[in-house]
Ligand binder design. Structure first.
Ligand code: 8Y4
Length: 300
């Protein structure tokens, strides 16, 4: 089964794992004070992610760190919409909006964005209806609790069972609300209300979710499950991030959300290439073609 995401006449085929590059547009990520500077810097970073080979840019204006302040609708609109609008005009890439607010989903989509990445799985009033009306692809993520407090009182009856049940219920709600099946992506929500070992268990059994019949997105990049295991600080977690990303694609993940696009693209190029040799009697034409495509990448 080859999944396809489509919006505004752009199609993203998930015939191979795709890379979603993270673009944070919270004031602490780019600011040196001025607002103009912030927009230009965000666009420059987006351009770099695209040159490095990102298939999707995930634009986020709300910090989901535990303890981060809530952001008003207007504030998030002001952060996200101008960035999405300029990426849509200037860059050849699929744009994702990391938001839970229906107003932001709508405005950012109408500014040229292609999909919604909602860590709250369309839980805000009106979000489901907005996504249905936009006919936008949407990622439904599992989270226990709220970002502010999700790492307190973590409790599951049965980790994989509870998360499967949550996703099943959400899928049912989405389909009932009129969201098309082809527009839905699922995500087990690594790091969102889970202990270190629960995150490893979830990843170790990621194939559980492939049979649901929806493409799987995972975010592992630089997450604390790597730091807690290895003691690596957040800026030294690239090796762990790459290892876990490759593990996830082996288990069927179709979209990997990452900070380090160039490095992940290289890892995936090698993964895709060796994958061609898995089946006996590999088709030499196809392999030769893929080898050329990979060599022709511009390194930035
Ligand atoms: C260091 C680096 C410490 C990263 C913490 C983090 C996901 C997501 C996030 C995810 C989907 C994050 C918006 C958390 N994670 N969306 N968003 N899936 N769909 N933390 O796993 O990167 S933000």
């Amino acid at each position: 089964m080859i999944y396809k995401l489509a919006a505004h006449g752009r199609v993203l085929t998930l015939d191979q794992p795709r890379v979603m590059g993270i673009l944070n547009v919270t004031p602490d990520s780019f600011s040196d004070g001025g607002q103009h500077n912030t927009l230009d810097k965000a666009i420059a970073h987006a351009e770099r992610l695209v040159k490095e080979g990102a298939d999707i840019i995930d634009v986020g204006g709300e910090s989901t760190r535990p303890g981060a302040d809530a952001v008003s609708v207007q504030e998030e609109l002001d952060r996200v919409v101008p960035v999405v609008e300029r990426i849509a005009k200037e860059l050849d890439v699929f744009i994702s909006m990391d938001t839970s607010k229906p107003e932001v989903m709508k405005e950012a989509f109408n500014a040229g964005g292609h999909m919604i990445n909602d860590i709250r799985a369309l839980n805000e009033p009106g979000a489901m209806e907005v996504c249905r009306d936009l006919d936008a692809p949407v990622c439904i993520m599992h989270m226990q609790g709220e970002p502010r407090t999700m790492q307190n009182n973590i409790e599951y009856k049965d980790l994989l069972g509870d998360i499967s049940e949550f996703l099943f219920r959400k899928l049912h709600c989405c389909l009932n609300a009129g969201i098309r099946k082809q527009n839905i992506i699922i995500d087990p929500g690594i790091g969102f209300g889970k202990t270190m070992d629960q995150n490893y268990e979830l990843l170790g059994r990621l194939e559980t979710f492939t049979s649901f019949g929806y493409p799987i997105l995972v975010g592992l990049s630089r997450k604390s499950m790597i730091g807690m295991l290895t003691d690596a600080p957040v800026n030294a977690r690239l090796p762990g991030s790459l290892a876990l990303a490759m593990y996830a694609v082996n288990k069927g993940a179709k979209i990997i959300r990452v900070h380090d696009v160039a490095e992940t693209v290289q890892a995936l190029d090698c993964w895709n290439y060796v994958k061609k040799f898995e089946t006996k009697g590999p088709r030499l034409r196809e392999i030769l073609q893929l080898g050329k495509i990979i060599k022709n990448r511009k390194h930035v």
